[in-house]
Design a protein. Structure first.
Length: 696
């Protein structure tokens, strides 16, 4: 993929600084070669899913090198022009901050509100600017590498997704229903829609039932706690170190509640270890792996203390994850064929700076080429109306022999992507393996996780992970919450310098916009293999934002008014993986048009500059990555092409065309050119150099 020598690559990625101390099992996880029998997805024979609790992406990984975190050079701005990090509490600003304690990863940090109403209030119609009033000041608390050494090392060794969103702006249970079933009964089926943790018992279909009737082996690994019955709260028990914290959401469905011993639904979803009678957390899981009996699809539900739900420390969760890897790598044959998906059900109330993609319609501005039915909740006496989701970004780590190397994947995913990954692997063209509960809109916008994997050449050297033996809980007690106080003088956190390897994504799209009197017409064109969500924001008016969903191979247009009485406009368009277009100026100003072209997978960019006015125009073209500025004069009626080579900036581009006047003409074009090959993360995110010589 690149002609970089190993020393230079390690310098750029920071891999050489990773800890060398390894538990033997983790060393095996990185050393065991992937099953490469076919060089395709068929080589994955086991999928293991561990969904932890209540952490946002920025909260955990906003400072991680090479991901779209706090160093995002194209984060959205608030309506008044302030950076999105500067969240107002009404009287002052609260910026992201690391609480002032020596060992935050072992601290019992307080949680925040994480219900439907406050989540929608924080989202604020897509403005994403109301976090502190909705959630409190703890929403802006975040962690760094020294707090989460195991989590960060997992990301450096395997693959992290920085555009993975929770499925619904609400509680734990609805998000887990999306993971287990594809929706929350949005159409009223089986007792839905469910947007809270009422757990009354439901009757719509679940994905494990599809697995069962199609002969795909599956199982839920959990501890029985006080008993997996309604009397025992389906595994949620007062002892935080046993049970499943109620996170086996299959047990809230009548078909599982009514299942009898000996039946598949009972044996695979209502049994587990029993710590109270002398067992241990991983007895059954370890035994199945050791005997080569790990099912094709498995879900793991951790006890409360290890779930990472605030106020429980993240390092308790790190210890728990390490035990799972211990068990899997104890049988190299099994690990060579296994993909472990580690994610989080929702963000609690912790801030994330990326506005969630949502389906337009029902008062949500924008358009869609795909059906958006069942993506909007009309509200009731308890909950306000709003889109179901997507919700805020949450961490997703894809841990497997095919995802080693410290990659970042920036395709948009949500919890339904897990089901779709299972569909892709075990569906084999069988229509009954396709989950009908997943809406067409989600299938268009969210990927199926396959772009995270390298099946053709998976076996290469990788970094190391640190020891986690010290993270095992010192006692079996509950502890009081630590409530942090934001600093008086805030600052945007510093993200780790350097770049990260990226996976090739199935995106190919473009946006063009043209001024026509007092309106702007936007054309969204998607020639790629995946659907795309765009958000358009108005920095000069009070309307919007607007969302646009464009399926693969389709296009749509929309015309928006220029709202400001003085004719000033400032529209910004945001898409996946750092894509941004900005159109700023005055409707009565210079009659200039600029269009960007990058044909196919070529890294050569062409700007078409056109002056349709009656006077000469002097423009500057700034290349934000290479720091080069070019002057262009357009005579009246003149058209000029301007060419750039994005290979010099690793296929990233950020071009600003302006007339240099305050409030005058300005166009900005930024993003990444996909060409079917892996690449390097955005060098502008932090201090990553732009001097690589390669064939990206």
């Amino acid at each position: 993929m690149t002609t970089l020598d190993r020393r230079n690559f390690l310098r750029l990625t920071g891999a050489g600084a990773l800890a060398a101390a390894l538990p033997n099992s983790i060393r095996r996880a990185l050393a065991i070669n992937a099953n490469n029998r076919t060089g395709t997805l068929e080589d994955v024979e086991h999928i293991v899913i561990l969904m932890q609790e209540n952490r946002s992406f920025d909260h955990y990984f906003g400072t991680l090198r090479g991901v779209r975190g706090y160093g995002d050079p194209r984060a959205v701005f608030q309506r008044d022009g302030r950076a999105i990090w500067r969240q107002s509490n009404g009287a002052s600003e609260v910026l992201p901050y690391r609480p002032d304690v020596p060992d935050l990863g072992a601290t019992f940090l307080d949680g925040t509100p994480h219900d439907w109403n406050t989540a929608h209030q924080a989202w604020n119609g897509g403005q994403n600017d109301n976090w502190v009033p909705a959630k409190g000041t703890t929403t802006m608390a975040h962690m760094v590498r020294s707090d989460l050494p195991f989590h960060y090392a997992l990301a450096d060794a395997f693959t992290i997704c920085d555009a993975y969103h929770c499925s619904v702006m609400s509680f734990t249970d609805p998000n887990r229903y999306y993971m287990w079933t594809g929706y929350v009964g949005n159409d009223g089926t089986g007792g839905g829609p469910i947007i809270d943790n009422s757990e009354a018992g439901y009757g719509w279909s679940t994905y494990p039932e599809r697995l069962e009737r199609n002969g795909i082996s599956w199982k839920v690994y959990q501890d029985a706690g006080d008993g997996l019955t309604a009397g025992g709260y389906w595994g949620w028990t007062g002892d935080a170190y046993i049970g499943n914290y109620g996170d086996n959401s299959l047990l809230y469905f009548h078909q599982y509640q009514n299942a009898q011993p000996g039946s598949a639904l009972y044996e695979k979803a209502r049994t587990g270890t029993n710590i109270k009678t002398g067992g241990s957390l991983f007895d059954v899981f370890r035994a199945d792996v050791a005997a080569g009996k790990l099912p094709q699809v498995s879900w793991i539900a951790a006890p409360e203390a290890y779930s990472e739900h605030p106020n429980w420390p993240p390092n308790y969760g790190a210890w728990y994850v390490a035990q799972i890897l211990d068990a899997l790598t104890a049988n190299p044959e099994v690990w060579s064929k296994t993909a472990l998906l580690l994610t989080f059900d929702e963000n609690d109330g912790f801030f994330d700076h990326v506005p969630a993609p949502v389906a337009p319609g029902n008062g949500v501005g924008g358009k869609s080429t795909v059906d958006t039915r069942n993506e909007y909740f009309a509200g009731d006496s308890k909950y306000i109306p709003g889109p179901y989701g997507l919700g805020a970004r949450v961490p997703m780590l894809v841990i497997s022999p095919w995802t080693r190397g410290g990659y970042v994947n920036s395709q948009v995913f949500d919890h339904t992507s897990i089901i779709r990954f299972i569909e892709q692997r075990f569906g084999n063209g069988n229509a009954d393996m396709v989950e009908a509960n997943i809406s067409p809109w989600r299938r268009a916008v969210c990927g199926d996780l396959t772009s995270c994997f390298n099946f053709s050449t998976p076996n290469s050297a990788t970094p190391h992970l640190p020891d986690v033996s010290a993270f095992q809980p010192a006692d079996n007690l509950r502890h009081n919450s630590y409530v942090p106080t934001p600093p008086v003088q805030g600052a945007v956190p510093t993200q780790e310098a350097g770049v990260r390897l990226t996976r090739a994504l199935p995106y190919a799209f473009e946006v063009d916009a043209k001024l026509d009197g007092k309106t702007f017409t936007f054309d969204f064109v998607n020639t790629g293999a995946a659907g795309v969500f765009f958000q358009v924001r108005d920095g000069a008016g009070s309307a919007g934002p607007w969302g646009y969903t464009v399926e693969a191979g389709k296009s749509l247009s929309d015309t928006l008014p220029i709202a400001a009485a003085n004719g000033q406009y400032d529209f910004s368009v945001y898409g996946p993986n750092g894509f941004m277009r900005r159109y700023k100026g005055n409707a009565g100003g210079a009659n200039v048009d600029v269009t960007l072209h990058h044909p196919g997978t070529s890294s050569h960019l062409k700007l078409d500059l056109r002056n349709d006015g009656s006077a000469d125009v002097h423009l500057s073209v700034l290349d934000g990555y290479l720091g080069m500025r070019h002057s262009v004069t357009l005579k009246a009626g003149q058209h000029k092409p301007f060419y750039l080579d994005a290979r010099l900036s690793l296929r990233w581009y950020d071009l600003i065309v302006s007339d240099g006047t305050d409030g005058g003409f300005r166009r900005e074009f930024a993003g990444y050119i996909e060409n079917g090959r892996d690449g390097i993360s955005d060098p502008a995110i932090a201090a990553g150099p732009a001097t690589l010589q390669d064939d990206l």
